[in-house]
Design a binder for this molecule. Structure first.
Ligand code: NAD
Length: 795
């Protein structure tokens, strides 16, 4: 059956339901969000929405929450609300009904009785339960319901956490499962993981095991909350919130609920004792120290005597809070200097100090646990466990990937030495001469399938281009900041790998080299990388150094080189597709603005933020906004209003909170640029776009000389506006100066009448303004503030 999802009914508008509704609205689906009818609220009172009060309030809370669940607040209009008394019949129009109500089987069953009365046969019906066995919800249901029913377990917050666990029952139609696995990836941008209907499914079973075993280890090794968070955060490729801060965010009650559920329903789990709550956790639950939701947990915000906010952490022995201590482990400090995670993990696990002992015990226990769980929770498909942990818990490497990184045999030897058991299939696999859980065969990532005892390609890998293995076999060129990799079908990729992917001379050299190479031997170029962020912008340190030393010729040369590189992205004889993700600031934004096409990840925080460091965009960003405003004039938009909008976007250093918003801000171009919702597919999508543009016979574009600038006609407006803002104390004197320079470039200078100018004319103006601002003391103070403390100074 060819299914399409035009309308989704989400039942339950609490923490999860309201945000799941928002994520469907993000992708353009109409949503009906239902909850119980509000009792005894008089209809028509001020602000009253009658029986819809509960669902109304829940949705409003979600929309205002941080991080934002919607790509664009305007998408809220795609969500209609209703209550289960008056509106349940409307589910008849839905293509998919998702149950997200309280975690009680009897209440869910009662709701399903009602759903059965109105649901059209064939409609998908799924539950977001995190703990109730899916098959129990099938009891008493019709055959059509059973065929179309399974678990769809989203993680909180659903927009941002990539995992979607799909949990069928034996009665779920295989086509339904296949559809949900595909839909989740392609439309919702998720990593879909097919799970068995076992307690806590995959991610929570392993994740909560990890946390619970850590709780016990902390007691045994007498480690503090601060020490553990230092040991279990970014240094081992886990989120910055590490262990205890993550527990506070998730809520200790949620964690305890999962742990108790596993302890009660897994009598055959050889490590079931790990899920028993240590005394300090029991006391914390009794005291309602559940984390952020009760304003104290493992950490607590406290006002000091002088009124300053301080973070205090819990002493797990005395259960008293004290100012968080600075923690030092020599081995961790040393390891932090190592860029590559696998090498870092090797150093950590072999450290001779307390940290080393901690890592050996916790890693080896985790490896042991996943070896025994493989069949039960993942039917022998080890990639599912890694996918679930990376997408659901934000780990850089899943347990089997970590094990590979540390050496399969080396870890087995250590486990033997430490008397930690491992399931037979691992020894068997090694005895048969296999040395890793994963390997690449013809550039496709393959996993060891414990059932057939052979390597198999990971399903769905067709849309994933893995740069890492390609770098080993297909690297064409590299320097310290960038690499060029042949990604097949006539397309090469330029990857950045400088610190925070800031753009300095090495990346500039990389751009020229990549375009030269593509023009000679290939048909297109993609600029994409796997860093945490696409790019934090131009190398500010270098600009600051030249400015402090008053090396104006060098600075002029460097800015010109940057502009030239951006113009080369725009004007070459091959198509250039830029594929940014997360932060693309300053120069990262300017580079995208010069591409033939941007293939953006949906999570894109893009902006021309140069005002914050006391300058205007100098890598073609200001020029590009003048050009885009001019194009809008020709399409009939009001000239002054359009120009003013561009001025404010730069002047307020606006950063998009999603790719969708980057369109609204004018950084991305409607009708040209596109969004990949699934980050894992982004490079594949960008490559296809590049191939398509090339296949239509791409030729070098003609340099623009038809940019209409308004000169004095608009300049007065900017000067007067800046002056009013300054007089009203909304902006500083220095902001006024930068604003005037920005206005000057956007207007093409003080020309006496509207004139058509070239890109080079505007680039010269832009560079002059940039350089003159670098000569200002207050600009240098702003740059220094960012470089030394990462803080924006508005002096
Ligand atoms: P919640 O308490 O925030 O929301 C529950 C909603 O159910 C409320 O809006 C409530 O009005 C509604 N409700 C209560 N009684 C009802 C009834 N008799 N009929 C219909 N609706 C009723 O809970 P939540 O955290 O959003 O969790 C909802 C589901 O999602 C649960 O099954 C939970 O296990 C699962 N889940 C939660 C999380 C999480 O982090 N919170 C993560 C994954 C899955």
């Amino acid at each position: 059956m060819n299914r399409s999802i035009k309308k989704v009914a989400v039942i339950g508008s609490g923490v999860m339901g309201s945000r799941i509704a928002c994520h469907f609205a993000n992708i353009g689906v109409d949503v009906l969000l239902l909850d119980i009818a509000a009792p005894a609220i008089p209809q028509g009172g001020k602000g009253s929405v009658g029986k819809n009060q509960i669902v109304h309030d829940a949705l409003q809370t979600a929309i205002k929450s941080n991080p934002a669940p919607l790509y664009d607040k305007a998408f809220a209009k795609r969500i209609a609300i209703g209550n289960l008394e008056d509106d349940i019949q409307k589910i008849a129009d839905a293509d998919w009904i998702i149950e997200v109500i309280v975690e009680r089987l009897d209440i869910k069953a009662k709701l399903f009785d009602n759903v059965e009365k109105f649901r059209k046969p064939g409609t998908l019906i799924t539950s977001n339960t995190s703990g109730i066995p899916i098959h129990l919800m099938n009891e008493g249901r019709s055959n059509d319901f059973k065929k179309h029913f399974c678990g769809t377990h989203f993680f909180n917050p659903p927009r941002y956490l990539k995992l979607l666990e799909i949990i069928p029952t034996p009665e779920t139609d295989k086509n339904v499962v296949d559809f949900l696995m595909e839909y989740g990836q392609l439309y919702l941008g998720k990593t879909t993981v097919l799970c068995n209907d076992t307690p806590a499914f995959i991610a929570n079973r392993i994740g909560v095991f990890g946390i619970m075993s850590l709780f016990h280890l902390v007691e045994k090794m007498k480690l503090t909350v601060d020490e553990v968070d230092r040991l279990t955060g970014t240094v081992i490729g886990r989120p910055k919130s590490a262990t205890f801060r993550t527990c506070d965010v998730v809520g200790l009650d949620t964690l305890v609920h999962v742990a108790n559920g596993v302890a009660a329903s897994c009598p055959n789990d050889e490590q079931k004792n790990v899920f028993a709550l240590p005394t300090f956790i029991q006391k914390m639950v009794e005291n309602k120290w559940l984390g952020s939701k009760t304003e104290q947990g493992f950490f607590k915000k406290v006002k000091s005597a002088d009124g300053k906010s301080e973070i205090h952490s819990l002493n797990l022995e005395t259960l008293e809070y004290a100012l968080a201590a600075r923690v030092k482990f020599a081995s961790v400090d040393e390891a932090k200097k190592i860029e590559d995670l696998p090498s870092r993990l090797k150093v950590l696990i072999s450290a001779k100090d307390k940290a080393g002992e901690f890592y050996r015990t916790s890693f080896l226990n985790l490896f042991s646990y996943v070896s025994y769980r493989l069949q039960e929770i993942a039917s022998g498909d080890l990639f599912k466990i890694d996918d679930a942990m990376c997408a659901g818990f934000g780990w850089e490497l899943g347990p089997f990937e970590m094990w590979d990184a540390l050496g399969l045999q080396e870890m087995l030897a250590l486990m033997k030495q430490e008397n930690i058991a491992v399931d037979a299939w691992v020894n068997d696999m090694v005895a048969n001469g296999n040395t890793a859980f994963y390997k690449y065969i013809d550039n496709a990532k393959c996993y060891y399938d414990a059932n057939t005892k052979s390597y198999k390609q990971i399903p769905g890998a067709g849309k994933i281009i893995a740069l890492e293995p390609l770098k080993k076999t297909n690297k064409i060129w590299s320097n310290a900041g960038a690499s060029i990799i042949d990604i097949g079908d006539g397309i090469i990729n330029l990857e950045f790998h400088s610190k925070m992917n800031t753009i300095g001379s090495e990346i500039i050299a990389g751009i020229h080299k990549a375009i030269d190479t593509a023009e000679k031997d290939f048909s297109g170029l993609v600029i994409y990388n796997n860093g945490a962020n696409f790019s934090a912008g131009a190398n500010l340190g270098m600009v600051f150094m030249f400015a402090v030393e008053q090396e104006w010729d060098e600075l002029n040369f460097a800015i010109k080189a940057f502009q030239n590189a951006m113009m080369r992205v725009r004007y070459s004889s091959i198509p250039v597709v830029v594929a940014p993700h997360n932060m693309a600031l300053g120069g990262g934004c300017e580079m995208s603005m010069h591409a033939d096409k941007v293939q953006a990840h949906a999570e894109l925080y893009m902006g021309l933020v140069e005002f914050g460091v006391g300058v205007i965009p100098g890598g073609g960003g200001t020029k590009e906004f003048a050009l885009r405003a001019s194009d809008a004039f020709f399409e009939g938009d009001l000239e002054l209003a359009t120009l003013k909008e561009k001025f404010l976007t730069i002047g307020m250093a606006k950063v998009s909170t999603s790719a969708q918003e980057a369109f609204n801000l004018g950084y991305l171009r409607k009708g040209i640029d596109e969004i990949s919702i699934n980050r894992s597919h982004q490079l594949h999508d960008a490559k296809l776009e590049c191939m398509e543009i090339a296949s239509k016979g791409y030729t070098k574009p003609v340099m623009r000389k038809d940019i209409k600038v308004l000169g004095k006609q608009a300049l007065g407006m900017f000067y007067a506006g800046a002056n009013t803002m300054y007089s009203g104390h909304y902006i500083s004197e220095h902001d006024k100066k930068i604003s005037e320079k920005l206005g000057y470039v956007l207007c093409g200078g003080d020309l006496s009448q509207p004139t058509l100018v070239s890109e080079n004319y505007l680039l010269d103006l832009e560079r002059e303004a940039f350089l003159s601002l670098c000569g200002e003391k207050k600009t240098l103070e702003r740059m220094q503030s960012i470089l030394t403390g990462g803080k924006v100074l508005r002096n």
